[in-house]
Write a protein that binds this ligand. Structure first.
Ligand code: NAD
Length: 353
């Protein structure tokens, strides 16, 4: 498998280095033949090349079997004309990575903040309120006068349908429950369409029980009884917000693994941002990116029908669970190890499995 690795900004290089140690151990242990090529995006690329993402990097991403993207300091990037492009948006849009799969589960050894649970948020990833990517040309945010701004939200049947299909397929591999999260009481047209398409796809999955919950009430339900949920499907921005909450409820944002998947490409990318408050301190939890990488290996294995990739992905998840139970982890989930040491301990554990 050829993997393109782009460490990004802030804690990105630290959690990427720790994840690569684990991936190399997995490659050795399970005979994956991983070939890793590194390049740069974000601030370093802006300094060196005048743009946060070069077109050569997109070409390399298209040619690779998978992409590992570290977080970028996207809030700093305001003007695309000056090369300040959001790398996350750029790859999601250009590789059509339409489904963002964000599991959240609790682990023995570190109590979750709302009891034991295991769920997955499936978030539409290419349209919705994300004005920097929901137009073929231009931007969906308009400054009408210096004091009037309009932000446009795009919802299409095709995008609702394809993300719903991913969510139902996932529910059919898990506990056969799917919850549609929406705001159709206010966004009657757009979220009405989202619910309609989810329900239409659901008719092909008779064994999956479906319900729907309004997004504001969902914040209460998911804190009160996250055990109630299996797979949750929702639009872009609701999924972004909800999945940070579910990751933190599971113990830490630093456990928030995430896969951006399309028809032909997939990108592993932690759910969180570049965490400038802890960057360079060797305290960031690398498991978010490591678990994202495991999701990518599983995706590749399923797609190409190469069993060792799925075995390696399951082993990484098991090794993370065992590391948490043994407190061989970073301070955010109760440990005393640094980012580097956590990655090294996980790699050693994996090599012995
Ligand atoms: P953040 O997700 O970076 O951090 C929020 C909080 O969670 C911070 O306290 C941080 O220390 C903590 N945290 C995050 N990851 C952690 C980890 N692995 N281990 C332990 N603690 C962790 O959110 P923010 O501070 O609002 O954003 C910082 C920058 O990241 C901004 O420029 C934002 O635009 C950008 N961002 C990028 C992405 C992306 O590249 N995919 C996603 C979200 C935010």
């Amino acid at each position: 498998m050829q993997l393109l690795v782009l460490p990004g900004d802030g804690i990105g290089p630290e959690i990427t280095a720790a994840t690569l140690v684990t991936l190399c151990a997995a490659s050795e242990r399970f005979g994956l033949g991983l070939e890793i090529r590194e390049d740069i995006v974000g601030h370093e690329s802006l300094r060196r090349y005048g743009t946060t993402v070069r077109s050569e990097v997109l070409a390399a991403a298209r040619a690779a079997d998978g992409l590992l993207l570290g977080p970028a300091s996207t809030f700093d990037f305001r003007d695309e004309a000056k090369g300040e492009i959001n790398p996350s948006m750029f790859f999601r849009k250009n590789l059509d990575l339409f489904a963002n799969i964000r599991p959240a589960r609790t682990y023995d050894g570190f109590p979750g903040r709302a009891g034991t649970f295991d769920l997955v948020v499936v978030r539409e990833n290419t349209e919705g309120f994300y004005a920097d990517r929901n137009m073929a040309a231009g931007n969906g945010e308009i400054l009408v006068t210096p004091d009037v701004a309009i932000s446009l939200r795009r919802i299409t049947r095709a995008c609702c349908n394809r993300v719903a299909r991913v969510a139902f397929e996932l529910a059919a591999r898990r506990r056969y429950r799917l919850t549609i999260v929406h705001k159709a009481n206010v966004l009657k047209v757009g979220d009405g369409m989202f619910i309609e398409e989810c329900r239409a796809v659901g008719r092909e999955f008779a064994a999956v029980a479906v319900d729907d919950v309004i997004v504001d009430a969902m914040m209460a339900h998911v804190v009160r009884t996250p055990q109630r949920f299996d797979v949750i499907v929702t639009t872009n921005m609701f999924g972004d917000i909800l999945s940070d909450l579910t990751a933190e409820l599971s113990g830490s944002l630093g456990l928030g693994g995430s896969l951006n998947a399309g028809g032909d490409h997939a990108m592993a990318q932690a759910a969180h941002g570049s965490a400038p408050d802890i960057a360079g301190k060797n305290v960031a939890n690398p498991f978010s990116l490591t678990l994202s990488a495991a999701l990518l290996l599983a995706w590749h294995g399923r797609r190409r029908q190469i069993k060792p990739f799925e075995t390696a992905a399951a082993a990484i998840e098991k090794a993370v669970a065992a590391a948490i139970a043994a407190h061989e982890v970073t301070p955010d989930i109760g440990g005393e190890l640094g980012t580097r040491e956590t990655g090294a301990a996980l790699a050693t554990r994996l090599a012995r499995m």
